[in-house]
Design a protein around this ligand. Structure first.
Ligand SMILES: C[S@@+](CC[C@H](N)C(=O)[O-])C[C@H]1O[C@@H](n2cnc3c(N)ncnc32)[C@H](O)[C@@H]1O
Length: 216
């Protein structure tokens, strides 16, 4: 981010305005009501299909955010890998006072660097190229939504997930990845059906490696 708050690349006009207000507040000025809500709204950064970006609808993002906040526990640490909508929804719940967690977003799309220190640049092709604030086994739960439906992509993402997690994993990916998810991370497919803001052509599911209401 440069000195000017006016040219945040790729953010919608509304999110840019919210970000400007956010930084103004950090500089000690008054922040208009609703600023951070817009900043962390799902869809604040527009989908770019060249990066395989398909955002959840708000209800799904909220359900997944509530799940990982509950699983992380009070004061827990959450890592969202290639899942910006979940990160944004956790932040909104945290601002509402239902959180009490810390959360980071590991993402390839640098437009999300607008989220400051909570953004960690991540390319699944280099799965262990991570900074100090993404230390081994330092997150109570890791949620991941890999960009591609291939064993190669999932196995590299699994390397990062297992490196970061203290144990709990929530994966969102296609139903066709069930066998690989089981083999690579010991994950079970949930009954809960994640939905996207634009309909996807392929069947999409969640997977967990712990007891969860999402399984039922
Ligand atoms: C299928 S989308 C998952 C988004 C999720 N449904 C959400 O709403 O938050 C895949 C994600 O992978 C990210 N991505 C694309 N290329 C990547 C790469 N090389 N390494 C890591 N993540 C990547 C995209 O920016 C996108 O956020």
């Amino acid at each position: 981010m440069g000195d000017s708050d006016d040219d945040v690349p790729g953010l919608s006009a509304e999110a840019t305005a919210a970000l400007r207000e956010f930084y103004a507040e950090q500089r000690g000025r008054q922040e208009p009501a609703g600023g951070p809500e817009r900043l962390y709204s799902v869809g604040a950064v527009q989908e770019d299909w060249r990066m395989s970006q398909f955002w959840y609808d708000d209800e799904t993002a909220k359900r997944l955010a509530e799940e990982i906040i509950q699983q992380a526990g009070k004061g827990g640490r959450i890592a969202c890998l290639s899942s910006p909508s979940v990160y944004q929804r956790v932040k909104r719940l945290d601002l509402d006072g239902s959180g009490d967690v810390s959360v980071v977003l590991l993402e390839y799309d640098r437009r999300f660097s607008a989220y400051g220190d909570e953004f960690i640049y991540y390319d699944y092709n280099d799965p262990l190229c991570l900074p100090e604030n993404a230390a081994p086994h330092s997150f109570d739960i890791v949620v991941a939504d890999p960009p591609y439906l291939s064993e190669e992509c999932l196995s590299k993402v699994a390397t990062t997930v297992k490196f970061l997690s203290k144990g709990k994993i929530l994966l969102c990916t296609g139903a066709i990845m069930e066998e690989h998810a089981e083999k690579l991370m010991g994950l079970k497919m949930c009954k809960f059906l994640p939905k996207h803001s634009h309909n996807l052509g392929n069947e999409f599911r969640c997977y967990v490696n712990y007891e969860s209401h999402l399984l039922l």
